[in-house]
Design a binder for this molecule. Structure first.
Ligand SMILES: C[S@@+](CC[C@H](N)C(=O)[O-])C[C@H]1O[C@@H](n2cnc3c(N)ncnc32)[C@H](O)[C@@H]1O
Length: 180
């Protein structure tokens, strides 16, 4: 088989395997790896910037860090921060690792965020389903007093926001900011 044909076959096999992997993780009950649009996480960041000091060495985590866009964006503004992402689905994890390859301050783990010790983080960003936010409540409460949790699309039920926003991006995307 000529090399060009072989490369095309390999490309389609990789694409097929990638799609199967994404669907598999969705069917296992994890949210599909739908990335937040840049203008949405731009507003998430704006909300955070209003309540934080970008010169501080914060520890920031993204739970379900998808394709890496929000972590890269946050790293640009929080130049002293260490950023950690947890992503269970291999394909977005792999792409996010490629995108953040040269960013020493960003670490991304191919891991389930349930069971991760969140007590050392100052800021947590997530775009998850209400059932996940509910299950994460005890872990959020282990964070230091004054730490921030920002959630895209869904609120943490029963919690009082310190600020909220509503991004009109085709559909409305509400953003909720909480202080522990
Ligand atoms: C809606 S996407 C959001 C992606 C990214 N945070 C963004 O804003 O662009 C949710 C991500 O969470 C991941 N995820 C869902 N449950 C997870 C879990 N228990 N542990 C780690 N990642 C998880 C999914 O694979 C998916 O990539």
């Amino acid at each position: 088989m000529p090399l060009a044909d072989l490369l095309i076959v390999l490309f389609y096999l990789a694409l097929f395997a990638g799609i199967i992997s994404i669907l598999y993780f969705e069917r296992k009950g994890f949210v599909i790896s739908m990335p937040v649009m840049p203008w949405v996480y731009g507003r998430v960041k704006k909300l955070l910037l209003a309540h934080t000091d970008t010169t501080k060495p914060y520890r920031i985590a993204e739970l379900g860090s998808g394709w890496g866009g929000p972590l890269l964006s946050l790293a640009r503004s929080y130049k002293q921060a260490e950023l950690t992402g947890y992503e269970i689905s291999p394909v977005p994890y792999f792409i996010s690792k490629l995108r953040t390859f040269f960013h020493r301050r960003i670490k991304i783990f191919n891991a389930n965020f349930f069971g991760v010790d969140l007590s050392g983080f100052d800021i947590i960003y997530c775009y998850l389903l209400p059932r996940d936010l509910e299950a994460l409540k005890p872990a959020f409460l282990t964070m230091k007093k004054g730490s921030l949790v920002v959630s895209c699309s869904f609120p943490v039920e029963g919690w009082q926001t310190i600020e909220a926003d509503n991004v009109k991006a085709g559909v409305n995307v509400p953003v909720f900011l909480y202080r522990i």
